[in-house]
Ligand binder design. Structure first.
Ligand SMILES: Nc1ncnc2c1ncn2[C@@H]1O[C@H](COP(=O)(O)OP(=O)(O)OP(=O)(O)O)[C@@H](O)[C@H]1O
Length: 336
């Protein structure tokens, strides 16, 4: 299984009327890799998944899975399992019925189908729910049912469209770990769409950042975070986003450049070179986000410890970590 599921998207383009959902996208996913797609709403993430699943067709370009162009292959003939945000379970079937459905379509014999369904349910910890209907289960349980159903397809590729989005924070955290463990165990190629910063950073070998139908950058999450290719990526990955100062300003003059510094790379320091006033402080428990404003009007966001001891209205001094300044071309926005 480990060598299957390599995907290559070549010059993939898809428009809906005047909206260009995907604009000449090239993307390679290695066999067994888990890749995360992030980007603002409408940037084309779901469109990529739907095209790979065969639920929609590109206007141009190729979708090559294991060396074969699948654009004309109907969805049920593609070895792909998609898990949707709303899980898309059949409400009139029990959980077991939902798990068996795909196996029946594929003419797996009843006893064998049940054996496999129970094994998948065991693996995802939902064995005691098999006789219930989907509306008698919780959001987290439904998510596991949908994953179990995807597992039963034994696909060479998983496509996950925000599968954790409707779970509460602790459950998301736990399920994220389960997803990673499942992926390590199965080694099946997975493409995962998320809006969640933590998932983007942790749930993939590589992350691809999309903007208006184009891939802006792709790479290991930490690398993309540490070396964003342009100001868009710098502003998108990371929460709160990187401070970007045209001309350098308080971060040091830099004609023709935009200088950037992440909130965690600005330190409160009474001898710091930057003078600022605290406008707001968000105490988040484990950390505090300070929104500050410099005399020249520049706003800087600072990530600091849980109890920084400063209040809105107070003056502070900030020290940027000189090794962590980012330089971008003012005209193109590209990293320099
Ligand atoms: N069937 C459709 N008909 C018309 N426009 C569509 C259709 N599907 C997608 N679009 C448009 O294509 C663009 C890309 O949509 P897509 O769903 O891929 O974005 P997304 O990045 O997944 O967004 P979100 O994060 O909000 O789910 C959007 O502007 C969307 O409105």
């Amino acid at each position: 299984m480990g060598n299957r599921g390599a995907i290559r998207l070549e010059s993939l383009t898809r428009s809906y009327g005047r909206v260009v959902a995907l604009d000449d996208v090239d993307l390679e996913v290695r066999a067994g890799e888990m890749i995360t797609l992030v980007g603002p709403s409408g940037s084309g993430k779901s469109t990529i998944l739907r095209l790979i699943a065969g639920l929609d067709r590109p206007d141009q370009g190729r979708i090559v899975v294991d060396g074969q162009d699948v654009v004309r292959v109907p969805p049920h003939r593609r070895a792909v399992a998609m898990v949707f945000q709303d899980y898309a379970l059949y409400p009139h079937l029990t959980v077991l019925g939902n798990l068996l459905f795909g196996l029946r379509v594929r003419r797996v014999r009843r006893a064998e189908a049940e054996r496999r369904a129970r094994a998948a349910a065991d693996r995802l910890g939902i064995a005691d729910l098999l006789d219930r209907y989907p509306d008698q289960t919780s959001g987290g349980q439904r998510q596991r049912i949908a994953l179990a159903r995807a597992l039963l397809r034994e696909p060479t590729v998983y496509l996950l469209d925000e599968p954790l989005a409707s779970l509460d924070a602790p459950l998301r955290f736990a399920t994220r770990a389960d997803l990673l463990a499942l992926h390590r165990e199965l080694g099946t190629t997975t493409i995962h769409v998320t809006h969640d910063q933590a998932e983007a950073m942790t749930l993939g070998d590589r992350v691809a950042v999309l903007d208006r139908g184009r891939v802006r950058q792709i790479g290991p999450p930490q690398q993309v975070y540490d070396e964003p290719a342009d100001t868009f990526v710098a502003g998108f990955l990371g929460s709160p986003p990187m401070n970007l100062v045209p001309g350098g300003g308080v971060l040091g003059g830099a004609a023709g450049l935009i200088l950037g510094v992440r909130p965690e790379d600005l330190e409160l320091d009474t001898d710091g070179p930057i003078e600022a006033t605290v406008e707001a402080a968000e105490a988040l428990g484990s950390e505090t986000i300070l929104l500050t404003r410099c005399p020249d009007g520049t706003r800087l966001t600072v990530r600091t410890g849980p109890r920084p001891g400063v209040r809105p209205g107070e003056g502070v001094r900030l020290r940027p970590d000189p090794g962590r300044l980012h330089r971008f071309d003012a005209e193109t926005g590209r990293r320099r």
